[in-house]
Ligand binder design. Structure first.
Ligand code: GLP
Length: 261
């Protein structure tokens, strides 16, 4: 796992956006996995800026979002559909039919989840999956004790997550308690993983994820099993990493490292 530490949130977001741009410049019809939450907002803003400056084209891109709250219609301001359209999709040129977001209002969750998995397979899998991390170490809505082989399914949210996410709702009681989420196993099948995390309240989860044991108690720790996982984090989120000096040493020496390509 590569850990890239930036001084600020803005710097972190720019570095992560460069990695996405690199993938799109190499493969213009790439399949991107999208994440919600406040953390990737800076990354999306930077991608929109690149697109508006004419240096990034999304016309052949396909996307799959990680998750959605159950029970929220697409018009609900806290639905992940609404979030993605407001903060990203309406500012770039991804064809509408190429955008996939789990449905929070389907009448048959089992069938929907199976279809979602099948669609990912049909388009050849996800090239780059963007991820955030919950304060309890979850990725997407794979709460502690989710199977590390899990697939897209309905999940009951942990109280910690409901509390964390209540800041976006008028009332804590309004936060849905179920979500539909890609599984850890689904996420691990992506060719590349990119995780962003900032702030003090993510420091513990980051340390557990990068340096702790691989455990379903911290589903993000499953990224240790992936050969192409990169974490872009800021100073505060890096504050509990024991091997921080080493990660910085790697980045310092990267330009001179022997190249195999
Ligand atoms: C939710 C999402 C996750 C996200 C997490 C952290 O639980 N399902 O994908 O990583 O929130 O959100 P934030 O970036 O706002 O801290």
């Amino acid at each position: 796992m590569e850990v890239i530490i930036s001084k600020t949130y803005e710097e972190m977001s720019r570095a992560a956006a460069e990695m996405v741009a690199e993938v799109l410049n190499t493969k213009p019809d790439a399949v991107l996995g999208m994440a919600t939450g406040s953390t990737p907002l800076g990354l999306y803003k930077e991608l929109v800026r690149m697109h508006q400056a004419g240096s990034l084209d999304f016309s052949q891109v396909t996307t799959f979002n990680l998750d959605e709250y159950v029970g929220l219609p697409v018009t609900h301001p806290q639905s992940y559909h609404y979030f993605m359209h407001e903060n990203f999709f309406r500012h770039v040129n991804i064809p509408a039919q190429n955008i996939h977001i789990p449905s929070g209002t389907t009448s048959n969750y089992r069938a929907f989840c199976a279809w979602y998995e099948q669609r990912i397979e049909e388009v050849g899998g996800i090239d780059l999956q963007i991820l955030g991390i919950g304060s309890d170490g979850h990725i997407a809505f794979n709460e502690p004790t989710s199977s590390l082989n899990s697939r897209t399914r309905l999940k009951t949210l942990a109280k910690q997550t409901i509390e964390d996410n209540s800041r976006f709702f008028d009332n804590a009681d309004d936060v849905p308690i179920y979500a539909i989420t890609m599984g850890v196993g689904t996420i691990l099948e992506s060719a590349c993983l990119l995780l962003v995390a900032n702030g003090e309240n993510k420091a513990e989860a980051m340390a557990a994820m990068v340096e702790g044991p691989v455990t379903s108690m911290i589903t993000a720790s499953a990224l240790q099993l992936h050969p192409e996982a990169t974490c872009f984090i800021d100073d505060a989120a890096a504050s509990k990493l024991k091997m921080r000096d080493y990660y910085e040493w790697i980045q310092e020496n990267k330009p001179d490292a022997p190249r195999f390509d």
